[in-house]
Design a protein around this ligand. Structure first.
Ligand code: SF4
Length: 371
């Protein structure tokens, strides 16, 4: 990832995993850490689901998972797969026949949680069909639905029970079906247990890992849990694709994912915005200013650092490392570039002038634009 002014990142040595494919998106190996999410629309509503997939794609999401609750959802899947701009993964629980139909509908991947499937014998036919279609299978272990023999053995659904469950299913699929287009997740709603499970599994297998904390909570709580777990694992080089599970608009999951990746120096998509918390010196509506800059910046895919500061006393100085910034004054705003004051403009013209200056900067530095 290209650095912006004054940036320093931790040195991360990524764990070597085998390369797998979800449609045309390669995961693992030397590929970038992929960002994925899941729709929360009714899959049976094709229009609403495709609209959300488009929004996710626009935000930078590379793979989208959809729920398969019943026959009508699988029926709708055919059109969703055909029209989607990104590979679609079907999320399967309980009913094998829905998985078989999803394969016929052309999904690029299937997520199965073996713990929720009662008829284990029928799983063989699903694995066989999945292998033949070339799709990517995610063995998605969840602490809340582990097999009863493992719960008896370990006493509780902890990390070691999750790892044994994952290895059991991975080995089974590899040995019986010679099937390698696999990735694995080991999720718990407790972030530290999640971390321990992934660390333990990564010592024993080189299949790519889909990382994240399940049922993490809302925008603040869920972001914190996910940042702790995903950040910790990525710092250790573990993780090939991430899903930040949030009780929020799924597009927020994508923004949070890129924020984590950028702060670790692993991947950048959007501008980095530094902003002061405001204090008694601030004479401008900085919160509004920040919200406007953030909203605008979500339409700018560039590796650039912007600053939104409350006053000129500390503004340019505190944001010395920013490419461009604004600092509020009384009825005016100062625009600065690379630590130097560029111009003073009336408050009502501050935002449009600032956006023009950022666009001008990006024209001069096209290498900062992210594809
Ligand atoms: S930049 Fe100005 S308004 Fe913002 S925290 Fe610093 S002194 Fe206060």
């Amino acid at each position: 990832m290209q650095k912006t002014r004054g940036e320093m990142f931790p040195r991360i040595s990524r764990r070597k995993t085998r390369e797998i494919w979800v449609g045309k998106v390669a995961i693992g190996g030397d590929n970038p850490i992929r960002v994925q999410s899941m729709t929360n629309t009714d899959t049976r509503d094709v229009k609403a689901t495709l609209t959300q997939i488009e929004r996710l794609k626009e935000a930078g999401c590379e793979i989208v998972r959809v729920a398969l609750p019943d026959e009508r959802a699988v029926w709708a899947l055919r059109e969703i797969v055909r029209e989607s701009p990104v590979p679609i993964i079907g999320d399967l629980h309980f009913d094998i026949s829905l998985g078989e139909k999803a394969i016929s509908a052309g999904v690029a991947g299937l997520r199965i949680n073996p713990g929720t499937i009662k008829n284990k014998k029928r799983l063989d036919s699903l694995f066989k069909a999945a292998k033949e279609s070339g799709l990517c299978l995610r063995i998605g272990i969840n602490a809340g639905s582990l097999e009863s023999d493992l719960l008896r053995k370990y006493g509780r659904p902890g990390p070691f029970a999750m790892v044994e469950s994952a290895l059991r299913w991975v080995n089974y699929v590899v040995e019986k079906f010679d099937y390698y287009n696999l990735k694995v997740s080991l999720k718990s709603s407790n972030w530290w247990e999640t971390v321990k499970a992934y660390e333990e599994f990564s010592k024993k297998s080189d299949f790519p890992l889909h990382i994240g904390v399940t049922e993490a909570g809302g925008l603040i709580g869920g972001t914190i849990k996910n940042t702790l777990a995903v950040g910790y694992l990525l710092l250790k080089g573990i993780g090939d694709t991430i899903r930040i599970s949030l009780t929020a608009d799924p597009v927020e999951e994508v923004y949070v994912a890129y924020e984590i990746l950028r702060n670790l120096g692993l991947r950048s998509l959007y501008p980095d915005i530094i902003a002061c918390p405001t204090c008694g010196r601030c004479e401008i509506d900085l919160m509004k200013l920040y919200r406007e800059v953030e909203r605008w910046a979500r339409g700018v895919k560039a590796n650039i650092k912007l600053a939104v500061m409350g006053c000129v006393v500390n503004g340019p100085g505190e944001a010395r490392e920013a490419d461009l910034g604004i600092a509020g004054g009384k009825g005016v705003g100062i625009i600065f570039r690379e630590g130097r004051i560029l111009k003073k403009v009336k408050e009502e013209l501050l935002l449009p002038t600032f956006f023009q200056e950022v666009e001008k900067f990006l024209k001069e530095h096209p290498e900062r634009l992210n594809p």
